[in-house]
Design a protein around this ligand. Structure first.
Ligand code: NDP
Length: 290
């Protein structure tokens, strides 16, 4: 099958590589050198222009936000073919993706939102969890392709529901990272050794992905790698918050989490990793993790 892959960033680059094992993949990236490298290293076809991806049976976008996806849809719209399936793997906005789906449907193109979780390591190892919004038929078509990228592929509901659950689950993680950092810092200030604090937390009811996997490396070893951009995480939580407003929902914790992450983004800059919010927790207390 011919697949057009648009967006070879941290996630898209390895995802397109896995797809090329069974499919003819044509790649496009805003910064052309990345697409050239992909073609050179993985035998994919280099798109001269983005519209070269338009005659593929499946088009996949893996871009920062729904805004960039919509811009790409605009550029592709005159060239897309009836019967194509558009898979948007971006962590996007369900309100925008529903409109995008309608626009594409008018050209006979099916759309599913298929955001992923599992980080770059999951993309590299093809072990992503993928949550899909779309019709049952389109879900099956998408699953047949995305099985090369993920182990767990879940049909969430109609178009938009994949994007919705993705931003909600990332919001849960954001709040957990923040409260865990606060309490571990307090433990440190109370004179409790960090390894001991983490050992107790991870053997008890405060255990989470944050305490088991994300924070120990940073707080004990002082290593702060860039794994997932805070800018992306902030975007996800802002979308979740806007969905809460739309539902007239009472979600004070979500609102606070969004405020804290947005403030952290302004403070740390758009190249910071999301776990660096722990540094802001320390700064808010006039200290550091060193
Ligand atoms: P990156 O920032 O690494 O890559 C973004 C990609 O989008 C690049 O290919 C970039 O091109 C391209 N791009 C940016 N702006 C435009 C534009 N205006 N027009 C066309 N292309 C553009 O992001 P990630 O790969 O990390 O993330 C992609 C999506 O996946 C995001 O929605 C993110 O929230 C989500 N995600 C990320 C995870 C992670 O751990 N990184 C995990 C799960 C989901 P260029 O090379 O020119 O900059």
């Amino acid at each position: 099958m011919r697949i057009g892959f648009i967006g070879l960033g941290a996630m898209g680059f390895p995802m397109a590589r896995h797809l090329s094992k069974e499919h003819e993949v044509i790649v496009w990236n805003r910064t052309r050198e990345k697409a050239e490298r992909h073609a050179r290293e993985h035998g994919t076809k280099l798109a001269g222009d983005i519209t070269d991806c338009a005659d593929a049976a499946v088009i996949i976008t893996m871009l920062p936000t729904s805004k960039e996806v919509d811009e790409v849809v605009d550029r592709m719209m005159p060239s897309v073919k009836e019967g194509t399936l558009w898979i948007d793997a971006t962590s996007g906005d369900p309100n925008v993706s529903r409109k995008t789906a309608e626009r594409l449907a008018a050209r006979g193109v099916a759309f599913v939102d298929a955001p992923v979780t599992g980080a770059v390591v999951g993309a590299e190892n093809a072990t992503l969890t993928i949550m899909i919004g779309g019709t049952p038929e389109d879900f099956e078509r998408a699953r047949e392709v995305l099985r090369l990228n993920g182990k767990t592929i879940i049909h969430v509901g109609p178009v938009g529901s994949g994007h919705a659950i993705k931003v909600l689950t990332n919001s849960i993680m954001g709040a957990t990272v923040w409260i865990t950092s606060e309490c571990l810092l307090l433990a440190k200030q109370l004179g409790i050794d960090m390894k001991t604090a983490l050992a107790v937390t991870n053997a008890g009811s405060g255990r989470s992905n944050a305490s088991e996997n994300l924070l120990p490396m940073r707080l004990i070893e002082g290593k702060w790698p860039l794994i997932f951009k805070l800018a992306h995480h902030d975007k996800d939580i802002r979308i979740a918050n806007s969905l809460a407003h739309q539902q007239h929902a009472s979600t004070p914790m979500l609102a606070l989490t969004q405020q804290l992450f947005t403030a952290s983004l302004h403070e740390l800059g758009d190249q910071a990793d999301y776990i660096e919010v722990a540094k802001i927790v320390a700064r808010m207390n006039g200290t550091s993790w060193d």
